[in-house]
Ligand binder design. Structure first.
Ligand SMILES: Cc1cc2nc3c(=O)[nH]c(=O)nc-3n(C[C@H](O)[C@H](O)[C@H](O)COP(=O)(O)OP(=O)(O)OC[C@H]3O[C@@H](n4cnc5c(N)ncnc54)[C@H](O)[C@@H]3O)c2cc1C
Ligand code: FES
Length: 260
């Protein structure tokens, strides 16, 4: 883990609600693994006091890309960064997705939860990338797709793009049509209600997988206990240190329901 002063290369809107910020770091590009995250301090003052956690979205050569949505003060400040501006990036932090060799891999994301899955898709073969968004303005443009874009399945709440409804509905259809669901492996990241539904379906069909949690974080290094989640194997653990990637079977889902 290292705290780097990085220089913004580009920072642009790729859709009405989504931004991509990029910076160069050979050190980070060569060490960070899908699932891990970075803690950014975008302004050199105590306001906003805490760092903000972000996943890596893509790495092209030594350029790191971050996909983000403006939801509050930290991300608003981030959207104002100009090429040449600098900020602090702490990481790589947290656990990684486990590579799969002999399973049929399905990735399921919601909103900016797509980011770590797209980075994973740069390294891991997959059969389907299933992404859910609240509406057209929040949809990740298909021009951003990694690999064959026929593998990308979209859902929006209002049906403006792709399936109308939640992405977990086409996911369940896929499970139903599969002769041997136990040969599937799910990687998922998104809001907790979506992860809960993914976990429920996986349990019902006997499918294994990993989820990356987007619990709110403070320190990002296990010191403040602000991101505790309940696991079956270890009880309460800080998600920033023992996660954000967890085995889908290890999470106490009822507890997750109360957060995020
Ligand atoms: C491991 C990890 C990886 C992440 N990766 C990304 C990413 O790649 N791209 C991205 O856009 N965001 C990502 N997030 C979420 C991102 O960290 C928050 O959106 C950001 O911290 C908000 O900061 P802010 O100051 O703009 O908003 P704040 O002022 O802190 O909050 C604004 C609003 O957003 C809500 N909010 C803040 N953080 C979260 C959260 N983690 N989950 C749900 N609601 C939240 C608050 O409740 C509030 O309503 C990630 C979070 C984690 C834990
Ligand atoms: S964010 Fe401080 S312990 Fe996880």
């Amino acid at each position: 883990m290292f705290d780097l002063l990085v220089k913004v290369k580009d920072n642009k809107k790729i859709s009405p609600d989504l931004w991509v910020l990029s910076f160069d770091s050979e050190k980070l590009a060569q060490t960070i693994v899908p699932g891990q995250f970075l803690e950014f301090k975008v302004r050199n003052s105590t306001d906003p006091f805490l760092r903000r956690p972000f996943s890596v979205y893509k790495i092209k050569n030594n350029t790191i890309e971050i996909l983000y949505e403006v939801v509050g003060e930290g991300t608003h400040l981030m959207s104002e960064l100009q090429p040449g501006d600098t900020f602090l990036s702490l990481g790589p932090l947290g656990t990684t997705f486990t590579p799969q060799k002999n399973k049929k891999v399905i990735m399921v994301g919601g909103g900016v939860g797509a980011a770590p899955l797209v980075f994973l898709a740069q390294k891991q073969d997959f059969d389907s990338m299933m992404l859910g968004f609240r509406g057209e303005s929040a949809v990740l443009p298909l021009s951003e797709a990694i690999g064959d874009d026929n593998k990308w399945v979209y859902a929006t709440n209002d049906g403006s793009v792709g399936h109308k409804g939640f992405i977990t509905q086409p996911l369940e259809e896929l499970f139903k049509q599969e002769d041997s669901p136990e040969n599937l492996f799910i990687y998922s990241c998104g809001p907790n209600p979506m992860l809960l539904e993914v976990a429920r379906i996986c349990q019902q069909y006997g499918v294994d997988g990993e989820v990356s949690l987007e619990e709110r974080m403070g320190c990002g290094v296990g010191a403040c206990l602000g991101c505790a989640v309940l696991t079956k194997s270890k009880g309460y653990v800080p998600s920033c240190k023992y996660g954000p990637v967890f085995n889908i079977q290890d999470l106490e889902l009822d507890e997750l329901k109360n957060s995020g």
